[in-house]
Design a protein around this ligand. Structure first.
Ligand SMILES: Cc1ncc(COP(=O)(O)O)c(C=O)c1O
Length: 380
């Protein structure tokens, strides 16, 4: 028997404390008790993001929040600049097309971060762009874009250009890459390091973004940020919220407070380093060598071994679920998620299972050497 271990970059393992909080009898979303939970969640997110304004809670997955954010600050015909370095970076342009916007995509090689030069060229070429959109962590390529530097540069070149940051797979694994002076909209999602089931998105806006929302024609009822802001004044959401997940979020934030933000970020860095060392010792090729993100590690198996075969075998034999590649990386890579409720022993188990599986499939990797190198890293 092997315990089920979910080492995917979303959904992620949910801690017992969060599950227990969500198990309590169902609250009515217009009740005073729930209003308290919602306002507590606002405080918690403001603490987590070091954000001045209350966030909005949307009942949708991350893509819904990306689309809602663009929709609320852009009108048909507007241009947006997007960083396309993977599946999620490409999503901005898909959203733009449906919303009748023009997207100028900065094409970034998969596995690499965007450079400041690329951003300067795009912003200089399109000073009319209403918004600049980027992922903090591009989950599909496991890259962490240098967002802090990039959004500062965008604001320097074009102070009125809005900056939209998809922090879905980075939030709670690494510091927010800026504040309301450089980031106008920051988006987080529940099924990642927030340690919750899928279905809840968090959107935090700067004062500049709120002004832009006020100036933009309303094009959606469900995703009307002005309605949401008004509802929040009376401790409610406009539509039926993911109440259970909001209660769970409060339990997750209590756990974050008990661990401490710095300790959380350090843990994610350690997990990431352990994974890199272990995987490389097994002879695998790391995907994002320049700027790997702390939430997920991507790699190619050695000797041309089929990545999906490894993934299936690891799941069947050791009950550990890994993720495969997406888009152009489909069938070629493997990804180990290590965000949220993940500790060094989980990563140790994941890499050990990968090593044993590679050997079953014909490689001759030194699994003990890999685990030993990882254990040394864990002790640092
Ligand atoms: C960086 C990033 N952006 C956006 C999303 C949203 O995708 P979905 O709507 O499927 O949750 C994800 C989910 O994996 C993500 O990792």
């Amino acid at each position: 028997m092997f315990k089920e271990r979910l080492l995917t970059p979303g959904p992620t393992i949910i801690p017992q404390k969060v599950l227990q909080a969500m198990e309590l009898p169902m609250l009515h979303h217009r009740s005073e008790v729930f209003k308290k939970e919602l306002l507590k969640a606002c405080d918690g997110i403001r603490w987590l993001l070091s954000w001045d304004n209350n966030p909005l809670f949307l009942a949708c997955s991350g893509t819904g929040a990306l689309e809602a954010s663009v929709l609320n600050v852009c009108k048909p015909g507007d241009t947006i600049i997007t960083v396309n370095g993977g599946v999620f970076g490409a999503r901005w342009a898909q959203i733009a097309e449906r919303l009748q916007l023009k997207a100028h995509e900065i094409q970034v090689e998969w596995g690499s971060p965007v450079t400041e030069d690329q951003v300067v060229a795009a912003v200089t070429q399109h000073p009319e762009a209403r918004a600049f959109c980027i992922q903090h962590s591009e989950t599909s390529t496991t890259v962490l874009h240098p967002v802090e530097r990039i959004v500062r540069k965008v604001k320097e070149l074009s102070p009125s250009m809005l900056t939209l940051v998809d922090g879905i797979s980075a939030c709670a694994t690494t510091p927010v890459p800026g504040d309301t002076t450089t980031i106008d909209i920051f988006i987080a999602g529940s099924q990642k390091a927030l340690m919750l089931p899928p279905g809840l998105s968090v959107v935090a806006l700067s004062e500049r973004a709120w002004k832009a929302v006020e100036e933009t024609p309303r094009r959606s009822l469900y995703f009307d940020f002005l309605l949401e802001r008004k509802s929040l004044l009376s401790g409610e959401t406009s539509w039926t919220p993911t109440s259970t997940l909001i209660v769970g979020l409060n339990a997750a934030i209590e756990m974050f407070k008990a661990e401490g933000l710095e300790a959380m970020y350090t843990r994610h860095r350690t997990l990431s380093r352990m994974c890199h060392i272990g995987i490389q010792t097994l002879g695998c090729k790391l995907l994002a060598t320049d700027a790997p993100c702390p939430s997920v590690t991507g790699f190619l198996p050695p000797n041309g071994i089929d990545a999906d075969k490894v993934r299936n075998e690891v799941r069947t034999s050791y009950s550990i679920r890994l993720a495969g590649g997406q888009g152009a990386f489909k069938g070629k890579i493997l990804r180990i998620g290590h965000m949220g409720f993940v500790d060094p022993f989980d990563v140790l188990a994941g890499v050990t299972a990968i090593g044993l599986t590679l050997n079953k499939l014909g490689a001759s990797t030194d699994v003990a050497k890999a685990t030993s190198a990882m254990t040394l890293e864990m002790g640092k």
